[in-house]
Design a protein around this ligand. Structure first.
Ligand code: FE2
Length: 207
């Protein structure tokens, strides 16, 4: 009986149309959420983390335009995907109760933002080039929720950053060239967007 079921399953596999065997994209590796996911969301949680609504000051630090698409492993866009990012300010301080020295944080940095992807599956954030804090190489946390499956929680790093190789979270996620490509941001000057700003494009592939 078991043998017959196995044979039937094999036959079914061979009948799957060739399209189903198209090359698949490597998924973005899951990584720890870490201790600093917001416990209370800021009043302003749009996709511009450098400017807090109602405040004239702009956040300290180097501005980074982070954009990309949310795709499935076949390269199709994922309608309705929600992308969240969170990170520390330019001094390495999170807006979080567990953060020592939280009172010294840059009040002009939003720290967290979220947005729904557009019709082409695109997201974009105006945020900061991440900085190191004790024990961690620079990184941006992100989470993607879709209609299907559990949320993807991961982190972006800076390609070529010497501290990456000493960071255990990075090392655990960056085990192959394909995984590194999903989590390492190549930062490019973007003077056309705004003076002194950097930009990077990171597609997020959900399983
Ligand atoms: Fe972190």
């Amino acid at each position: 009986m078991i043998r017959r079921l196995f044979a039937a399953g094999l036959g079914a596999t061979l009948l799957v149309p060739p399209r189903a065997f198209a090359a698949t994209l490597a998924t973005t590796p899951q990584q720890t959420e870490g201790p600093f996911y917001p416990v209370g969301f800021p009043a302003d949680m749009d996709n511009d983390l450098v400017q807090v609504r109602g405040q004239p000051a702009q956040a300290m630090g180097t501005i980074l335009h982070l954009q990309g698409r949310v795709l499935d492993t076949s390269g199709r866009t994922v309608p309705g995907a929600m992308v969240e990012i969170w990170q520390c300010d330019a001094q390495g301080i999170y807006d979080h109760p567990r953060q020592p020295g939280r009172e010294r944080r840059d009040q002009a940095f939003q720290g967290y933002g979220r947005m729904l992807v557009d019709a082409e599956g695109r997201y974009n954030f105006r945020t900061l080039k991440p900085v190191a804090y004790p024990g961690r190489t620079p990184h941006i946390h992100f989470k993607v929720a879709t209609a299907a499956g559990r949320p993807l929680t991961s982190q972006f790093y800076i390609a070529g950053e010497p501290q990456n190789e000493r960071d255990f979270v990075y090392r655990d996620a960056a085990r192959s060239p394909q995984q590194r490509e999903r989590i390492e941001m190549r930062l490019q000057p973007a003077p056309g967007l705004e003076p002194g700003a950097l930009a990077t494009s990171m597609d997020i592939v959900v399983g």
